[in-house]
Design a protein around this ligand. Structure first.
Ligand code: PGA
Length: 248
């Protein structure tokens, strides 16, 4: 691979990575505000981005960073969990970010977990993203099995927002938070791979040794649906933010 196509990888201390990422978010917000436009931010859940949200909240409180012109779209939600369920990603976002900054609640979107009609819920979500002009910056984590969002192995490049079955390893990783794997939902609603790849810029954050193998595979492996994160190799504006343990 020549330098032009090489994926952009930034390796650093976790706190520094989060601060760089917060800089990118802040720059996007300010740039769009100067144009009198909204900044469309794609958000991830899980343990990895929590320090990013803490840093954004700090900047809001101490430096006056405003989220008034921010529109957010989360990647996914567990099936069957109402927004006020404590283990829902709706509740996670409320706790870690939305409840602590001045984002307008009507401009924070997550896929619905307790939908009645799955295809209507999925289409509604795709339409909302389009209505706001597409995602400017998508923040991603990566699962041990190479999932992005809840696009588990087998998810193709053309997939869009839809209902999916969760992989066993994903449910295992979530088990402690739910008090046992038997309590972890078996399905979820997730943005698709194609939905994610339409973001103008993508930053994937991975920290810790447990992610090392999958990160190597995602960056250097053959692009295919067995490791959905490999599809990011085809996106021209993706950066990988890794701590030393994940970078290997
Ligand atoms: P984690 O999850 O941040 O909790 O490791 C990442 C993911 O599953 O995408």
């Amino acid at each position: 691979m020549d330098n032009f196509t090489k994926p952009k990888v930034l390796v650093g201390k976790k706190a520094d990575l989060m601060s760089r990422l917060a800089d990118e978010v802040e720059m996007g917000i300010r740039m769009r505000a100067a144009e009198n436009r909204g900044f469309v931010l794609g958000l991830a859940t899980g343990s990895t981005p929590i320090p990013l949200y803490q840093e954004l909240v700090r900047r809001h409180r101490e430096e006056g960073l405003s989220f008034q012109n921010v529109i957010t779209f989360n990647l996914d939600e567990y099936e069957g969990l109402a927004p006020d369920h404590p283990k829902s990603y709706h509740a996670y976002m409320e706790k870690h970010l939305f409840g602590q900054v001045d984002v307008r609640p009507e401009r924070t979107f997550l896929p619905l977990g307790n939908y009645e009609d799955e295809s209507r819920a999925a289409q509604y979500y795709e339409a909302k993203i389009r209505e706001f002009g597409g995602i400017d910056l998508q923040i991603l984590g990566i699962g041990r099995d190479g999932h992005i969002g809840f696009n588990e192995p087998g998810s193709g490049r053309e997939t869009r927002t839809r209902r999916v079955a969760l992989a066993e390893v994903t449910r295992e990783d979530a088990a402690s938070g739910f008090g046992g794997i038997e309590n972890v939902p078996t399905h979820a609603m997730t943005m698709g791979v194609a939905t994610i790849l339409e973001a103008r810029r993508i930053i994937l954050i991975a920290t810790g040794e447990g992610k090392r193998e999958v990160v190597q595979e995602a960056i250097n492996g053959m692009v295919n649906s067995a490791v959905p994160a490999t599809f990011l190799q085809d996106h021209s504006n993706t950066a990988w933010y890794l701590d030393a343990a994940a970078a290997g």
